[in-house]
Design a protein around this ligand. Structure first.
Ligand SMILES: NC(=O)C1=CN([C@@H]2O[C@H](COP(=O)(O)OP(=O)(O)OC[C@H]3O[C@@H](n4cnc5c(N)ncnc54)[C@H](OP(=O)(O)O)[C@@H]3O)[C@@H](O)[C@H]2O)C=CC1
Ligand SMILES: O=C(O)C1=N[C@H](C(=O)O)C[C@H](O)C1
Length: 255
């Protein structure tokens, strides 16, 4: 394959192109010198538009209910995939691996968050988790978001929980004995996760650690959806070189 650039751009198909994220991806991949958008797919469109237009990589920002069907089709048709859509459980990831086992040359990158700062915040939280028993995650998003908690918060909670387990730490106790349903948030792997939805917000996360006499707060803010685009474009370039399933942009950034 010749080097990818203006003369030989990566041919991208965008799923969910009319959505908040999809529209940004169409713009960013259309403007980058080494990528070109050859097809866009929205709800109800025929996925065969992608192969018909010669797409090599699909980018999916659709809906947790739609993404698995899209991904199964893409892998079966030999298309690489960069996926930002949320909702990936361990069971879903296992299903993707099983589709890929029949197409070992295909690469799939699934990332709960493509913003550099969010990826760093998760890594910092994972590091801090070894030293604190008590932690709470607060995620704050725009009110058009379909899912709660956010994929990023759920991923953060799982990373913290795993780091605590590996360090032999147990979740910190608190004195709450009676609570209104939901007052202490959802529990993801024993980490309390609180979701705020407000118009005006984009995507924000706070990870709060506490121990006697001190707290540590790690906060990331996406003020604009352009914050996700360098990560998405990096994913499009890298997925061509990475057959199999990669979960998390941290693996591409080599953090
Ligand atoms: N990983 C990351 O960095 C980020 C991930 N996300 C995630 O991406 C997803 C999309 O977010 P966002 O853009 O805000 O949501 P939007 O609702 O704005 O966009 C989703 C779009 O996908 C369309 N759609 C639904 N089903 C299909 C389908 N089967 N095929 C093609 N298109 C379809 C929707 O159409 P219709 O409205 O007609 O149903 C809509 O236009 C969410 O899961 C969100 O959490 C968001 C931001 C960053
Ligand atoms: O829906 C969003 O907006 C976002 N979704 C992702 C998530 O659920 O974590 C990533 C980011 O938080 C924006």
């Amino acid at each position: 394959m010749n080097a990818r650039g203006e003369d030989n751009p990566i041919r991208v198909g965008v799923l969910g192109a009319q959505g908040l994220m999809g529209a940004q991806v169409v713009k960013a991949a259309g403007e980058a010198p080494d990528t070109t958008v050859v097809a866009t797919v929205d709800a109800g469109d025929d996925l065969a538009r992608l192969t018909g237009a010669g797409a090599e990589v699909v980018v999916d920002f659709t809906h947790p209910d739609a993404v698995m069907g899209n991904l199964e089709w893409a892998v079966a048709n030999g298309l690489h995939a960069v996926v930002g859509t949320t909702g990936f459980t361990d069971e879903r990831l296992a299903q993707v691996r099983s589709w890929l086992s029949a197409k070992p040359e295909v690469g799939v990158l699934i990332a709960p968050n493509f913003a550099l700062g969010a990826v760093l915040a998760m890594r910092f939280a994972q590091q801090a988790a070894r030293f604190y028993d008590s932690v709470e995650v607060i995620e704050l998003h725009h009110n058009r978001k379909a899912d709660a908690p956010s994929g990023t918060a759920a991923h953060t909670a799982r990373l913290i929980s795993q780091a605590r387990r590996e360090a032999g730490r147990k979740p910190g106790a608190d004195a709450t004995t009676s609570e209104l349903d939901g007052a202490r948030g959802a529990r993801v792997d024993d980490v309390h996760v609180h979701s705020v939805r407000l118009p005006g917000l984009v995507a924000h996360e706070e990870i709060l650690f506490g121990q006697e006499g001190e707290t540590l707060t790690i906060r990331h803010d996406s003020m604009d959806r352009t914050s996700f685009m360098p990560g998405v474009l990096l994913g499009v370039r890298e997925v061509l070189k990475r057959p199999g399933l990669t979960v998390g942009l941290e693996n591409v950034l080599d953090l």
